[in-house]
Design a binder for this molecule. Structure first.
Ligand code: C2E
Ligand code: MG
Ligand code: MG
Length: 323
């Protein structure tokens, strides 16, 4: 049983009881989709958020029909050789009259009300179409990671969706890497792990996204046998205590490697960040220090000018070093 409370503190007795109730309800609704908060107090800003959310939701179908969503690709680089290994597909909303909108603005809204599954499927399909195109052009080595919302596990038959897509586009499942956030495993670890195992058996590469941002990270590692681990440096903000943050980052990378998982360090912004993760034995990096997410034509130019490495070889090497 999950319980949630929305509270409105009565300070102005001239407001009708219905409005008080509505406000408590708006506060309650703000908790939807958050597995960890149980109580919310009403704030004025919640009303504005509600309006923004309603407008955004109304726009989704039109935006899909108009092809307003596109993927940007951010290269994942071999920290030791500088070769491009893969790329992450990140959704962008090209909104008429507004320009490119960041996913931070709309993904949480679509997650909250369940529309995210539709959007994610659309993104996966864009990625598959791109992979197909590259294969036809002779670039079989290229792969793309796509993001899977924790919500997708409940909203769709994930296995059927992704296997259906690779069959339809006739691509290698290993070229479509699946990024799953740690939070997806909070409820029902056993069931989720079984699904992950099935996906791996089918040939998909599974990456745990935003590792370290979640709730029971170290304990989860015991259960989650992913192929790669993504750690975002922003979750280890160095402001409070530089030395401790560095030690944690270093130990996490070593631990992941000892468990047979190469690490993709995300949010690598400076030479210093790069040196830190390199010294810990990190294999892959993704961050502004190397490249920002870019449109597909820009990515093609980027990747064309650099050597391309082998992802499978990196995974195999880490596994063999473990043994
Ligand atoms: P994420 O999957 O962890 O993606 C990494 C985010 O970090 C991206 O933000 C990327 O642009 C940003 N980033 C990369 N390198 C750096 C760096 O050096 N410094 C800083 N400050 N940031 C860096 P973006 O593209 O805004 O995406 C944000 C989040 O939105 C993603 O986090 C992911 O959770 C979500 N998202 C993006 N596309 C999709 C999608 O198609 N489906 C779903 N469900 N979520 C998506
Ligand atoms: Mg991601
Ligand atoms: Mg991430």
């Amino acid at each position: 049983i999950h319980y949630y409370l929305g509270l409105y503190e009565v300070t102005d007795m001239s407001i009708s009881v219905e409005s008080m109730y509505d406000r408590a309800f708006v506060a309650l609704e703000s908790l939807k989709g958050d597995l960890h908060k149980k109580v919310a107090y009403f704030k004025d800003v919640m009303l504005h958020e509600r309006i923004h959310e309603t407008v955004t939701l109304d726009e989704l179908d039109r935006a899909l029909l108009n092809d307003e969503f596109e993927i940007y690709l951010q290269p994942q680089i071999d920290i030791w050789t500088g070769a491009v290994i893969s790329a992450e597909a990140l959704i962008r909303w090209n909104k008429p009259g507004r320009g490119i909108v960041s996913p931070a603005e709309f993904v949480p809204i679509f997650e909250k009300n369940g529309m995210i599954a539709k959007l994610d499927y659309y993104v996966w399909e864009l990625a598959c179409r791109q992979l197909r195109k590259w294969q036809e052009e002779g670039h079989e080595e290229r792969s793309v990671s796509v993001n899977i919302s924790a919500k997708d596990f409940y909203l769709m038959d994930l296995y059927k969706s992704v296997t259906g897509l690779v069959e339809e586009y006739n691509i290698e499942p290993s070229s479509l890497k699946l990024e799953i956030t740690e939070t997806a495993f909070v409820l029902d670890v056993d069931k989720q792990m079984e699904l992950v195992r099935d996906l791996q058996e089918y040939g998909f590469v599974i990456e745990i996204d935003d590792f370290g941002s979640g709730y029971s990270s170290l304990n989860n590692l015991k259960e989650i046998k992913a192929d790669m681990l993504k750690m975002d440096l922003k979750f280890f903000e160095k402001s409070a205590d530089d030395d401790r943050a560095e030690k944690i980052v270093t130990s996490m990378i070593r631990l992941a490697n000892e468990l047979g998982m190469p690490v993709v360090a995300e949010g690598v912004e400076t030479e210093e960040d790069m040196q830190l993760v390199k010294a810990a034995g990190c294999q892959l990096v993704q961050g502004y220090y190397y490249a920002k997410p870019m449109s597909v034509p820009e990515f093609e130019k980027f990747v064309g000018a650099r050597p391309y490495g082998n992802m499978k070889a990196i995974i195999d090497r880490v596994i063999s070093e473990m043994e």
